[in-house]
Design a protein around this ligand. Structure first.
Ligand code: AMP
Length: 139
């Protein structure tokens, strides 16, 4: 079953496209959190960030880099929050990688990206050493 974003890429359902390249598509979010809320996707249906080949990830980020100031300019935003819900446990509803570009306005009452965590873990130096080593060993 193709995701809703694959159906948009195929032209089977409409979207408000704002930018397109050979490998990426950017369109307005259908339920925007702010004026100009935009999604940038790879055209191929990768579910999560690590499913995307590096060159496609690079293409997606390049579009995010180009579009973010363009969107800020277009809707007269003061800033943007840029993020990915990467996996169901992180709140990803559409299983096709998408980067949210959410315009922010002075005094809009929104929270920073730190609001994703209700509690901050209290980590000892030993735990931090171990996490640092574990991540470094995976890369
Ligand atoms: P996420 O929770 O990160 O998976 O976000 C999915 C996003 O896709 C939500 O912000 C939805 O509003 C948006 N969305 C769902 N269907 C469509 C659609 N047909 N066109 C544009 N945006 C959509």
């Amino acid at each position: 079953m193709p995701t809703i974003f694959e159906q948009i890429v195929a032209g089977d359902i409409p979207a408000r496209t704002v930018h397109e390249t050979e490998t990426t598509l950017a369109f307005l979010d259908a339920n925007p959190l702010a004026r100009g809320h935009t999604l940038v996707i790879p055209k191929d249906p990768y579910e999560r960030l690590d499913d995307m080949p590096a060159d496609i990830a690079s293409d997606v980020f390049s579009v995010v880099h180009t579009l973010t100031p363009a969107i800020e300019q277009a809707v007269d935003a003061d800033a943007t929050t840029v993020g990915i819900n990467n996996g169901e446990s992180a709140g990803q509803e559409v299983p096709h990688v998408h980067v949210h570009i959410i315009p922010r306005f002075d005094g809009d009452g929104g929270r920073p990206i730190h609001a994703v965590s209700p509690d901050r873990p209290d980590l000892s130096d030993d735990e931090l050493d171990s996490i640092q080593d574990a991540v470094a060993a995976e890369t």
